[in-house]
Design a protein around this ligand. Structure first.
Ligand code: ZN
Ligand code: MN
Length: 144
């Protein structure tokens, strides 16, 4: 993106942004395309890709680079963190509050001034857990 060029608002870009902001499931570019296409039947996958790149370079959305899988996109740009299912790839937001605590500890222990962070927790989502062990589906037994 040419930094000298002001960010242009286009109809396509707006729809892509809207679709991303109203979901919490961190879709891939293909999934965004499928949704946007319902509203803009003539849009191409390439246009969706390009606009997702531009929007993330402008900081209006976030791009989640996950090694070994397709990139995912997040309409939420405020600092927050994710937990990812290693089985089905589903990504969900983690509740806030944990990270400020970690940053505080790092500052105390290392004298670093932390300017940004990336954190991803990986595990098995409730659905995949059920499939691994069907008897483990009852949440009341999980509280250890
Ligand atoms: Zn899963
Ligand atoms: Mn998120």
């Amino acid at each position: 993106v040419d930094a000298a060029k002001p960010f242009r608002k286009t109809k396509q870009r707006e729809v892509i942004l809207e679709e991303l902001r109203r979901t919490e499931d961190h879709p891939t570019a293909d999934a965004v395309y499928q949704r946007v296409r319902k509203r803009l039947p003539n849009i191409s996958l390439g246009t969706v890709y390009r606009n997702l790149e531009i929007l993330s370079e402008c900081g209006m959305i976030r791009k989640l680079d996950i090694p070994g899988t397709q990139k995912r996109f997040d309409g939420k740009t405020k600092d927050h963190y994710h937990v990812r299912c290693s089985e089905c790839g589903r990504i969900e937001d983690l509740p806030g509050g944990l990270i400020p605590e970690i940053v505080r500890h790092v500052r105390d222990m290392t004298d670093y001034e932390v300017s940004s962070h990336r954190l991803e927790l990986i595990g098995l989502c409730p659905e995949c857990r059920k499939q691994h062990d069907p008897t483990d589906g009852d949440n009341s037994q999980v509280g250890d």
